[in-house]
Design a protein. Structure first.
Length: 212
């Protein structure tokens, strides 16, 4: 049975507002890489309250944002409206097939999102990322490498836990190893895997020319 994660972040956005407003530290690098690859259309998977949708739209890209939080999407719409910008925002569960045709995007961005699922579901999500990307399209994905300390968690499968307390109570967390990242991203030519300043794995790659 497909596990449907709780909508913990909808409650968080309702209570706390945008929460995240500063783009990831490597957004300038992402913009540069997509620009040098002649990219224009970008999918922000798990766009939350819009920090990267706003940033990328300000840099001239056409951005589509998917998220399962109506509250996060509404915050994004308000933020875009304040800046006289527009983007395509859709309420969507990432474990379902993405509402886009094959090869729709030049790049896919997903920051701290795809680990919120069982590993089999995450493989499905990554397959969808590959499907909607054009050949040689760019990915920039970040995921956690370390289990939260001080929060009681229930193990539901190897590497996947559900917090029993805190903001993300009930929301699955899969904690990746570097070999596992190479495995699940086998449809991509990985350019780099490293830890950012918050000790999360960052995965850079391009979709292979031949994808099945």
């Amino acid at each position: 049975m497909i596990h449907q994660p709780t909508n913990a972040w909808n409650t968080i956005f309702q209570q706390e507002g945008k929460v995240f407003t500063t783009p990831h530290e490597d957004m300038p690098k992402f913009v540069d890489m997509v620009t040098r690859n002649n990219g224009h259309a970008i999918l922000d998977l798990g766009c939350g309250s819009g920090r990267h949708v706003l940033y990328l739209t300000q840099h001239g890209f056409w951005v589509c944002g998917l998220d399962n939080s109506p509250e996060g999407l509404e915050l994004t719409r308000q933020w875009l409206h304040q800046e006289a910008l527009s983007a395509d925002l859709r309420h969507h569960q990432m474990t379902d097939p993405f509402p886009y045709a094959d090869a729709s995007f030049d790049a896919v961005l997903s920051i701290q999102v795809i680990h919120h699922a069982r590993i089999a579901e995450t493989r499905q999500i990554i397959a969808e990322i590959a499907r909607v990307l054009k050949p040689e399209g760019i990915i920039f994905i970040s995921v956690p490498q370390e289990k939260h300390q001080g929060v009681p968690q229930q193990k539901i499968e190897p590497g996947t836990y559900i917090p029993l307390d805190g903001w993300e109570r009930g929301l699955p967390h899969h904690y990746f190893t570097e070999p596992e990242l190479h495995d699940v991203f086998s449809a991509f030519s990985l350019k780099d895997i490293y830890c950012d300043s918050t000790r999360h794995y960052c995965v850079w790659g391009t979709k292979k020319e031949v994808f099945t």
